[in-house]
Design a protein around this ligand. Structure first.
Ligand SMILES: [Zn+2]
Length: 244
C-alpha cells in the first residue's frame, strides 16, 4: 500500500463540521429570539456513551455538544435539534414538528443499531462514521448497489476504521453486520475507484456469505472472483492498492 500522508485530521474535521452547524444554530437562534444578538457559539461533536446532547451558556458564550452519533445526520434533523436545545435553554415551548422530526430520526432502526454498536465498540475506543473527510461510505455503497446489484443489497452499517491500519483494506463483520474500511483511504489522494473497489469487494462478501472455517476470515469462491472481475476499473484499483 502506498504511503499516504495525512493532514491533521481532528482539526480539519471540526472546522468543516462546525461551520455548517454554527450556521444552523445561528439561524435557529434568530428565529427564537429575533430581537437579540446571537451570542458567541461553539458547536462540537462529542463521543457521549449514548445519543446525548448538551447546551450551556457560560460567560455569554453558548457551548453546544452533540453526540457524534449524529454526525452525518441530515440538516433538517440538526436544525430540529438546534431548535430543541435552544428552546430548552431559553425556556420556550418546543415546536412539535421539530420534536417529532428529531425523535423519528434517532429512533430509526439504523440509528438505534448504530447506537448499540457504538456502545459495544466504545470499550475498544472505536468510533463509527460512514462519512469521512473525503468519502461518504453510505453514498458509495448506495451507488454501487444501484450500479451492480440492482439496489438489492440491504445496507449494513458502513464505517471507516478508527485506526489507520493498512493490513486490511476493509472487512465485512457479520456479527455486527458492518462493513469497515481502513481510514487510510479516506483521503483526497486516494482515487474514488479504489475506495469503490474496496467497498465492492466487501459487498460481494455480503452477497456471498461464507461459513467460517477455522480462522479464515476471507473466503473467495470462484463465483465471487468472477463477479469481482466485473468491476470496471479492477486493474487500476489493484495497482493503486498494490495488492496484485
Ligand atoms: Zn475478501
Amino acid at each position: 500500500m502506498q504511503q499516504v500522508r495525512l493532514p491533521a485530521r481532528g482539526k480539519l474535521r471540526s472546522t468543516a463540521v462546525s461551520l455548517r452547524l454554527l450556521q444552523l444554530f445561528e439561524e435557529t437562534h434568530r428565529e427564537l429570539r429575533p430581537r437579540s444578538a446571537v451570542p458567541e457559539l461553539s458547536v462540537e461533536f462529542f463521543d457521549f456513551a449514548n445519543i446525548n446532547n448538551t447546551i450551556r451558556l457560560r460567560e455569554g458564550r453558548l457551548q453546544v455538544r452533540l453526540s457524534d452519533l449524529l454526525e452525518g445526520a441530515p440538516d433538517h434533523v440538526l436544525r430540529a435539534l438546534a431548535h430543541i436545545l435552544l428552546a430548552k435553554m431559553y425556556r420556550r415551548p418546543i415546536d412539535r414538528a421539530h420534536a417529532l422530526r428529531y425523535r423519528r430520526y434517532v429512533s430509526t432502526p439504523h440509528m438505534s443499531r448504530k447506537a448499540h454498536l457504538v456502545r459495544q465498540m466504545r470499550g475498544r475506543k472505536r468510533i463509527i462514521s460512514a462519512r469521512g473527510h473525503t468519502y461518504d461510505l453510505d453514498i458509495i455503497f448506495e451507488e454501487l448497489n444501484t450500479r451492480f446489484f440492482h439496489g438489492l443489497l440491504a445496507r449494513p452499517l458502513m464505517t471507516w476504521s478508527s485506526d489507520r491500519a493498512r493490513n486490511r483494506l476493509g472487512h465485512y463483520d457479520p456479527a455486527h453486520n458492518a462493513i469497515v474500511v481502513s481510514r487510510v483511504f479516506d483521503h483526497p489522494r486516494v482515487p474514488r475507484y479504489a475506495v469503490e473497489y474496496i467497498v465492492y469487494h466487501e459487498m460481494l462478501h455480503l452477497k456471498h456469505p461464507v461459513t467460517l472455517r477455522g480462522t479464515r476470515r476471507c473466503v473467495h469462491s470462484a463465483e465471487f472472483k468472477a463477479e469481482e472481475r466485473q468491476f470496471p476499473r479492477l486493474d487500476e484499483a489493484m495497482r493503486f492498492l498494490r495488492i496484485l
